[in-house]
Ligand binder design. Structure first.
Ligand code: GRF
Length: 214
């Protein structure tokens, strides 16, 4: 049976779109049951509406703590009847209860080669450090930020003189390849998170590496 999953966004939603396309062409045996955003003005919401996907906005209210917000978010996800939650540019730190409830069924895409460059402004920081290699990581989410088991990475060589916008665009192209692949494995029952490790077909993922084609 096709895996029902929810996608959480805050912005453009290009990864959400990549996931949706993969459900349509069979790379993911699943369907997006809801696109949920913390921002009513997230551009990705219109993309989702255009695709006929149910959208829900769970905007934080003033003075709302992380726990109270997390409970409302959990309610929205529960009503979508999702069996997997895919974070795709969702710019809020999830509260502990939410992460625990969804542990092993909660994936994120991060724009860096974790464990390097957790947090924000990853491209800028990688360029400033003169990194030769950069990319993105799909990982299971654990309580510690950007620290969960890595499933798959898209890797590229930073080009001489490349600026942040150019690097970001190249990393995003890799994101749109590796995220559908990870969700496709999960939907096929091939990907699990056990003992703090991501397993694919019974082997530690490692993570799997996809190199940019040049
Ligand atoms: C991506 O770069 C992802 O790595 C990061 O947020 C960005 C979301 O982009 N977590 P989009 O909204 O999917 O276009």
């Amino acid at each position: 049976m096709a895996l029902p999953f929810a996608v959480l966004i805050s912005g453009r939603g290009s990864n959400m779109l990549a996931l949706e396309r993969a459900t349509r062409d069979g790379r993911i045996d699943g369907r997006i049951t809801a696109v949920i955003s913390d921002r009513a003005d997230a551009a990705g919401l219109d993309v989702a509406r255009g695709l006929g996907i149910a959208v829900t906005v769970v905007a934080p209210t003033p003075d709302e703590g992380r726990g109270a917000y997390g409970r409302r978010l959990a309610d929205a996800v529960a009503s979508s009847e999702a069996a997997l939650v895919a974070l795709a540019g969702f710019m809020r730190i999830l509260d502990t209860d939410f992460v625990r409830a969804w542990q092993g069924r909660l994936l994120n895409i991060h724009p860096a080669l974790l464990p390097a460059y957790r947090g924000l402004h990853t491209h800028r920081r990688a360029l400033a450090a003169g990194e030769a290699r950069h990319g993105c990581t799909v990982h299971f989410v654990v309580e510690e930020l950007d620290a969960g088991p890595a499933v798959i990475q898209g890797r590229l060589a930073v080009r001489p003189g490349e600026d942040e916008a150019a690097l970001s665009a190249r990393v995003q192209r890799l994101e749109h390849i590796v995220y559908p692949r990870a969700v496709g494995w999960f939907a096929a029952g091939r990907l699990q998170c056990r003992d703090g490790v991501a397993w694919i077909d019974g082997h530690p993922a490692g993570p799997v590496v996809v190199e940019e084609e040049v």
